[in-house]
Design a protein around this ligand. Structure first.
Ligand code: KIV
Length: 271
């Protein structure tokens, strides 16, 4: 537990209310307890226990090797450091390949302390999103660039630039909302596509490399703190340590810039 005063718990209702009030919300990944408590002290609304842990913690070159057991271990560490943030947990690669696997593994994450789960995909995950929602599990559908599918996609690059793919992403986002997805996460899509999706959906939309018009923004905490082993950083990444004197200040500056709509700026946006 954080040693600081208890914050009011951020719930799905809070995020929906923030959307209605046009108040931006902030999300960061975390994989362990101390960092989570610092993230909460900065006032971050959503903590994602992302399968990016495969890269930034385990040193793999993709998210594919991450297992359920490992995800749960990191989720439990995050839960112990949490103070009021909504905790979202990623379903690892192939942990929701069938409906039965999806139910069992989503249940395990919720029982370990998650408040919602995130799954990657389009129309094919809508049945699962619907059935999990019916059973009380809020689902965030991750669309656009879906890193678990990078072998099929052929790399990690901006999605939805061609008209055909663009239409597919829009219609799948609408289908997922109708099916019962509680949130949508859009990764690496052009700003104009995000705006079109935003005009169609009522659920909160979180963006990473999706421009400034989403309801919330998310970044990998290592990127915010300028800790990266990559030779070339993606365009959407901003190192907040460059203008900060401490980790705590960098996290607070991230929150401030998202809330005041100064991040992401055009230099971090795909067109
Ligand atoms: O696993 C992760 O960190 C993610 C973010 C990139 C959104 O899915």
């Amino acid at each position: 537990m954080s040693v600081h005063t208890d914050r009011k718990q951020i719930t799905l209702a809070t995020l929906n209310k923030m959307k209605l009030n046009s108040e931006k919300f902030t999300c960061l990944t975390s994989y362990e307890s101390t960092m989570t408590s610092k993230i909460c002290d900065a006032g971050v609304d959503v903590v994602l226990v992302g399968d990016s842990l495969g890269m930034v913690v385990q040193g793999h070159d993709s998210t594919l090797p991450v297992t359920m057991e490992q995800l749960i271990y990191h989720l439990e560490c995050v839960v112990r450091g949490n103070n009021g943030a909504h905790i979202m947990a990623d379903m690892p690669f192939m942990s929701y390949a069938t409906d039965d696997m999806g139910f069992e593994n989503a249940t395990r994450l919720m029982q370990a302390g998650a408040n919602s789960i995130k799954i990657e995909g389009g129309e094919w995950i809508s049945k699962m999103a619907s059935m999990l929602a019916d059973r009380g599990i809020p689902v965030c559908a991750h669309m656009g660039l879906t890193p678990q599918a990078f072998n099929r996609i052929g790399g990690n690059f901006v999605q939805g630039r061609d008209p055909e793919k663009r239409e597919i992403i829009i219609s799948e986002a609408i289908a997922l909302e109708k099916a019962g997805a509680a949130m949508l996460l859009l990764e690496c899509v052009p700003d104009s596509l995000t705006k079109e999706i935003m005009a169609e959906l009522k659920i909160p939309v979180i963006g990473i490399g999706a421009g400034a018009s989403t309801d919330g923004q998310i970044m990998v905490v290592h990127d915010v703190l300028g800790i990266s082993c990559l030779d070339k950083l993606p365009k959407f990444v901003k190192n907040f340590m460059n203008e900060s004197n401490s980790i705590q200040e960098a996290l607070s500056n991230y929150v401030h810039e998202v809330k005041s709509e100064t991040f992401p700026s055009s230099e971090h946006t795909f067109y």
